[in-house]
Design a binder for this molecule. Structure first.
Ligand SMILES: *Cc1c(COP(=O)(O)O)cnc(C)c1O
Length: 750
């Protein structure tokens, strides 16, 4: 059913009304030619909409639409791109169906508490969300049958405002649902689909929204509707609420409600991929459905395990939700029997053997109720095996069944369009369709064909664009009277595009150690204010609203940025989001990363930077252990340290900056180009581009897990049919089906 609210767009001329379809499919966001169609209508309107075509098409004066509809050149372009768009929506084509087309494949239901797709959809906090977004974009490109399940966070994550004293204020701005690229999923009567979350009393209802990511739909749950009582209405308002009980309700809604929504939508023949432990209740619900159709708990558990993948992302304790048993009792007291088990057996599912009284652990549940597990880098896989070996007593650590698939980033999303154009010009003549085969390292060897001058000029341009963008943001806030002069000083007014620029942008979690480079402020000051070879640093990132330690670190950095003796060489960019991330990973010279090992499971921002020729200066943790090759950036901290790790690591950063990074950057040839630096840029692009692409990652998931999932899903389907048939025979036709059983979509919406 067409769910786009066409009546909002009746002013769009018929001849170009495909723009509306394009606006509601994020496909446009990673296809620069499609983006141009919007931009070309009117540049200022495009800017004013903050690059959100749904908003733009609603607000743009009709004259610009009429002009475009009468412009043969525009129409020619429009026709080509719309043709390409429609063709790439064909779900029967693509790599996947070519490679696996002859077998029947289950749909993968991908569950994630956050999705980083585009800045117009504030449904993410950080890397976990971008991984989910990039994963699904790549599934679309490859034609993999998958649907996503997540939340429609009406207030998103916080917007960050920094006070003049450097303290972070969180400002919540409600999402304008009608100006966002999401649509209401409709029920059979054409009303907004609302589904009751099973087994919760008093009841919780979710309205269902959809965001279309190329060929992949993501279903977003929204509890902010009149049917719910006020407390329940706020369940989906924000990411990762600090209130434990509300958090539990969130995860019940995501897992159990999400599973139910798929059921109502008729998406039955599905395997499940859990992105982190938050949605793990989905596995329980799958077990319950099977028990309800007559299977034993053990049989149901076995079938569900075989058809479930669980990706664990972090060794940091805060990333693993643990709920007190009394809370679990309160919400699951009536659920235990429906699984055919008693309380004790239920609680065992979430037990951490090394901390049996600690509560119900969502990661332990996910590991027990799925058969396929992976960490997100080689190192992270090993760390996870060590952390969770207690669940497999007697197994040597190396045999603990947790593998790894190293993360990657969606290349068409994160490679700047100008860099892409440069590739088209230089690589295109040899390999016209290079983007279609971009996980092939051989293609990237052609980067060597790009003249140093072209790459350097482009980089300089992207850097200038970053600074213009930063200043423009400040100018607007200043003109609105929202800014003190000291904010302008701290937020980049004095940056100079010819100065070596380091970027550090990430969540202000303590383990990421944003403060590290200030370990020896005097030495840092000497590096930054060197009169002949100065250096500047741009920081960005948000602290979790409940994390006062994180906010203090941020404040300290902000205060350094205000101090005259640092000469305006430190800047803090407010309100880091997807859009700012794009500017930063395209435009700085060096990407700094110094988390406390081994806590960075992977890290992905460095991959985005590398793809655009920004050089990584990173600790050997997460992805960089696999990425660093001695020629494509700088590494430190690979060794174990028994004394103060901060001191040792900061010392390594200073030394690298003083002896290697700064001299190389400022060593120019007669043509003004730092050829040694550009050589490293090329090495960075070509070594990291294919290896840390979402293309490589998703294909690895498919190759590693699909054959087993396939077999298990067929066995599951057979077992479910047998159970259903048996039950129908026993109970007679009139009571067959009904809510809570498998194979009976529909009838459950309200
Ligand atoms: C990529 C990205 C992240 C994740 O970066 P890490 O290096 O994993 O910390 C966080 N936020 C935004 C906006 C991003 O684009």
């Amino acid at each position: 059913m067409d769910t786009i609210p066409r009546d909002h767009f009746s002013h769009v001329p018929e001849r170009i009304c495909g723009l509306v379809d394009l606006a509601y499919n994020l496909w446009w966001s990673w296809n620069p030619e499609a983006r141009v169609l919007f931009k070309q209508l009117n540049q200022e309107a495009w800017k004013k909409s903050v690059h959100n075509p749904v908003r733009m098409l609603r607000e743009i004066p009709t004259e610009f639409l009429d002009q475009a509809a009468a412009n043969p050149e525009y129409l020619h372009r429009y026709d080509i791109i719309m043709h390409r768009f429609r063709r790439s929506m064909d779900t029967t084509s693509g790599w996947f169906s070519e490679a696996y087309g002859s077998i029947s494949t289950p749909t993968i239901a991908y569950f994630s508490a956050e999705y980083g797709l585009h800045h117009s959809l504030p449904f993410y906090a950080g890397g976990l969300g971008f991984l989910a977004g990039d994963h699904l974009k790549e599934c679309s490109d490859l034609g993999i049958p998958v649907v996503g399940v997540g939340f429609m966070y009406s207030k998103g994550y916080l917007h960050q405002h920094i006070r003049p004293d450097g303290w972070q204020d969180g400002i919540s701005e409600p999402l304008d649902r009608d100006a966002a690229p999401i649509t209401r999923v409709l029920d059979a009567n054409g009303e907004h689909l609302v589904v009751q979350v099973p087994h919760i009393d008093p009841p919780i209802y979710v309205a269902v929204w959809q965001v279309q990511v190329g060929r992949v739909p993501i279903y977003l749950l929204d509890t902010d509707i009149g049917l719910n009582d006020p407390v329940n209405r706020t369940i989906s308002s924000q990411l990762y609420t600090g209130d434990l009980e509300q958090r539990l309700r969130q995860e019940i809604v995501l897992g159990i409600g999400g599973r139910k929504v798929l059921h109502v939508l008729g998406i039955e023949y599905a395997a499940v991929h859990l992105n982190e432990g938050h949605p793990a209740f989905a596995l329980l619900e799958r077990i319950r459905e099977r028990v309800a159709s007559g299977m034993t708990f053990e049989q149901a558990l076995d079938l569900v395990r075989g058809t479930s993948i669980f990706t664990t992302h972090t060794p940091v304790p805060a990333g693993h939700d643990v709920f007190p048993f009394d809370l679990i009792d309160r919400y699951f007291g009536s659920y235990y029997p429906s699984l055919g088990i008693d309380r004790n057996t239920f609680l065992q599912l979430g037990l951490h053997p090394e901390n049996p009284d600690g509560g119900f652990n969502m990661t332990a549940l996910a590991l027990r109720a799925s058969a396929h597990h992976n960490g997100v880098s080689r190192t992270n896989g090993a760390v996870a095996r060590q952390m969770w070996r207690c669940l497999w007593p007697g197994e040597p650590e190396k045999d603990v069944p947790i593998d790894h698939v190293t993360n990657g980033v969606h290349v068409p999303t994160w490679m700047n369009e100008r860099v892409r154009e440069l590739f088209d010009r230089r690589i295109g003549p040899v390999c016209p369709d290079w983007m279609a085969v971009h996980e092939d390292p051989a293609i990237w060897e052609l980067v060597e064909e790009i003249p140093d001058k072209d790459l350097w000029q482009l980089h300089t341009w992207l850097k200038a664009k970053l600074f213009v963008r930063m200043r423009e943001r400040k100018r607007v806030k200043w003109s609105e009277g929202q800014e003190e002069p000291i904010n302008l000083v701290a937020e980049g007014s004095f940056l100079n595009p010819s100065v070596l620029t380091i970027g550090f942008a990430r969540r202000f979690s303590t383990y990421k150690r944003a403060y590290l480079i200030f370990e020896d402020p005097e030495r840092l000051k000497r590096i930054l204010t060197n009169p002949w070879r100065p250096v500047q640093i741009i920081f960005a990132g948000k602290a979790h609203p409940a994390d006062d330690d994180g906010k203090r670190v941020l404040q300290e950095i902000y205060r350094y940025a205000q101090r005259p003796e640092f000469a305006g060489r430190i800047a803090f960019v407010e309100d880091y989001n997807e859009q700012m991330a794009q500017y930063l990973v395209h435009g700085v010279d060096v990407w700094l990363n110094n988390p406390l090992p081994p806590l960075e499971a992977s890290g992905t921002s460095g991959m985005k930077a590398a793809l655009n020729g920004v050089l990584n200066l990173s600790i050997l943790d997460g992805w960089w252990v696999e990425g660093y090759n001695g020629r494509n950036g700088w590494a430190f901290g690979g060794e174990a340290v028994s004394c103060n790790r901060d001191e040792v690591d900061a010392g390594a950063i200073y030394r690298l900056l003083e002896e290697e990074v700064v001299p190389r950057y400022y060593s120019r040839s007669i043509d003004g180009i730092p050829h040694d630096w550009v050589r490293m840029m090329k090495e960075s692009i070509k070594s990291n581009g294919p290896q840390f692409s979402a293309r490589r990652m998703v294909k690895e998931y498919v190759r590693k897990y699909y054959p087993a999932l396939q077999t298990a899903a067929e066995a599951d389907l057979r077992a479910c049919r047998v159970a259903e048939a048996k039950r129908a025979r026993e109970s007679g036709p009139e009571s067959g089906g009904g809510s809570g059983t498998i194979g009976f979509p529909g009838g459950d919406s309200v």
